[in-house]
Design a binder for this molecule. Structure first.
Ligand SMILES: *Cc1c(COP(=O)(O)O)cnc(C)c1O
Length: 365
């Protein structure tokens, strides 16, 4: 079976380094917020070009902590995408705010300044774009709206570690940003993990306080916080992989470009890249009105494929009250046609070619 992501091949390359780091951590018995977490936070901040990178327990928590630190709460509206993983909107709900869904662009699959402008109200407090599938959202355009209306910009970078816009990293533009280190993400650990970035000292202090039971000083608690910390073993994995992230993302881009070359001319839509943004292909996602047929043919050849995301958030049961009668035509059309192919840093040209050939055979039959 060709899986969506082959983590075993990646592990084989870094096994010695990770096992040495694990052994050292186990010998030290310093497991929570220890030296590896501190070092990783410094290294990630330097890589991302931000003043502060604060590790936490998951990407979902990272978004939650970012919203808390930016003071988003009950009565506030946060504009985001309905074409994303549920966690984006869950984080908004956790702080008592209301997610307001803007439609997406058919090419980038991201919310746009135009679609956001249509749903702005006097209650809007923040815009939370998702750099979906590793494709940067139009941050210059969205930042301009935030500046004009006094809104916070909070980036969901769960799928975009290493993606850039005009040479600057996603996660360095907003007031704050959340990253996920779920194992299959571009930078993934071996369990759950996340990171909040910000360049504000004030926000950073709040994020650190909220992630650690509301305390700045041990056993003194000023606010109700959370237990949301990254552990040392995960930090060992992340430090080893952060050193190689550019190489990993380059390999994903290489595979994506090969797919697009091999699938050119067929009646399907291959991913779009704009001039400013460097797409890091967390997913390689196509549009086709013959998706079921293509996916069945791949399955018959023991090749995985997946639909991210079959039901947009405004059509989820959990949001039926918030979103009654809401129609997002582009989001709905994309959700009905999208499917993703295997992609990861270790996928070979042979595998990509084999997969593309199966699709070519289906569509030329
Ligand atoms: C994975 C993901 C999250 C949540 O991250 P977890 O680490 O799984 O909590 C949030 N938003 C998006 C877009 C994601 O893909």
């Amino acid at each position: 079976m060709i899986p969506m992501v082959n983590l075993k091949a990646q592990y084989a390359e870094i096994k010695a380094e990770i096992e040495a780091g694990f052994a050292e951590t186990l010998d030290n018995c310093f497991f929570i917020l220890g030296p590896n977490v501190q070092a990783f936070e410094k290294e990630a901040a330097a890589y991302l070009g931000v003043n502060h990178a604060i590790a936490c327990a998951s990407g979902t928590d990272a978004l939650h902590l970012a919203l808390l630190a930016e003071g988003i709460g009950p009565g506030d509206e946060v504009i985001t995408s309905a074409f994303t993983f549920i966690a984006t909107a869950e984080a908004i709900k956790y702080v008592g705010a209301t997610p307001v869904f803007a439609d997406i662009d058919a090419k980038s699959f991201n919310i746009t300044p135009e679609s956001v402008a249509k749903v702005l109200t006097s209650k809007t407090k923040a815009i939370m774009p998702v750099h979906l599938f590793g494709q940067p959202a139009d941050i210059p355009g969205l930042s301009a709206i935030c500046a004009q209306h006094g809104l916070k910009l909070i980036e969901d970078c769960a799928q975009s570690f290493g993606a850039t816009i005009n040479g600057k990293q996603t996660g360095s533009f907003g007031d704050a940003a959340g990253f996920s280190f779920f194992p299959s993400k571009n930078l993934g650990c071996y369990g759950d993990g996340g990171l909040v970035t910000t360049s504000s000292d004030e926000s950073a202090a709040k994020i650190k306080q909220y992630r650690n039971h509301g305390s700045k000083e041990r056993y003194y608690h000023d606010v109700i916080g959370y237990n949301s910390r990254l552990d040392e073993l995960q930090a060992v994995v992340l430090r080893a992989k952060l050193k190689r992230i550019d190489q990993y993302n380059a390999a994903r881009r290489h595979a994506a470009h090969l797919y697009s070359e091999l699938l050119a001319g067929l009646p399907l839509t291959t991913p779009y890249e704009d001039d400013a943004g460097v797409h890091v292909y967390h997913q390689y996602t196509l549009l086709s009105d013959r998706r079921e047929e293509i996916m069945a043919a791949l399955q018959a050849q023991q090749i995985a494929s997946a639909v991210y995301y079959p039901v947009p958030l405004h059509q989820q049961k959990v949001f039926q009250d918030d979103c009654a009668n809401l129609s997002l035509p582009v989001t709905e059309a994309v959700a009905a046609q999208c499917f993703s192919l295997p992609i990861c840093s270790s996928i070979s040209d042979e595998t990509v070619t084999r997969i593309a050939t199966v699709i070519r055979n289906v569509l030329s039959a």
